[in-house]
Ligand binder design. Structure first.
Ligand code: FES
Ligand code: FES
Length: 166
């Protein structure tokens, strides 16, 4: 067992886990933050995306122990109380989900995309950038619309994810 400490959604956490524990297991099983999903065992689906020191990573291919001392933001850390993050609100407004299984990873990847590529995202850019996230339900059309709208809304003064996590 190893003692692993990190900051998750702005709060310091410490837990004991095997050194082989994946970040997604640490979040779901040790911390009971079950919004981060596991949708594959091949690092392809993106359901497990979280932010590590402000950058999107697949938490199914990241060891928890490698995140010692780092800052993690999960889907649970995006909203401010009852107020959804603008990207969450855009997914709700534009029906960017059906079963919702892929949605936490989609939203975390989308916020990262905005942080990297700005607020004016065209369809081609969004589709290319989301290639690491798979959705089996929606056909992607409304996801693309939601990401474009969320990106624009984030540009109108909404706090980016890192600010929400601190
Ligand atoms: Fe991580 Fe599928 S669970 S990519
Ligand atoms: Fe069902 Fe994307 S909404 S997998």
């Amino acid at each position: 067992m190893a003692t692993i400490s990190m900051t998750v959604n702005g709060k310091p956490v410490t837990a004991n886990a095997e050194p082989r524990t994946l970040l997604v297991q640490f979040l779901r099983e040790n911390l009971r933050l079950t919004g981060t999903h596991v949708g594959c065992d091949t690092s392809q689906c993106g359901a497990c995306v979280v932010h590590l020191d402000g950058k999107a990573v697949k938490s199914c291919t990241t060891l928890a122990i490698a995140c010692e001392g780092m800052s993690v933001t999960t889907i649970e850390g995006l909203a401010e109380g009852d107020v959804l993050h603008p990207m969450q609100e855009a997914f709700r407004e534009h029906h960017g989900l059906q079963c919702g299984y892929c949605t936490p990873g989609m939203i975390m990847a989308a916020v990262d995309m905005v942080n990297r590529r700005g607020h004016a995202l065209d369809e081609k850019t969004i589709r290319e950038d989301l290639e690491g996230n798979i959705c089996r339900c929606t056909g992607y059309h409304n996801i693309v619309k939601a990401v474009a709208a969320g990106a624009e809304a984030m540009g109108k003064g909404a706090a980016p994810v890192q600010a929400a996590a601190e």
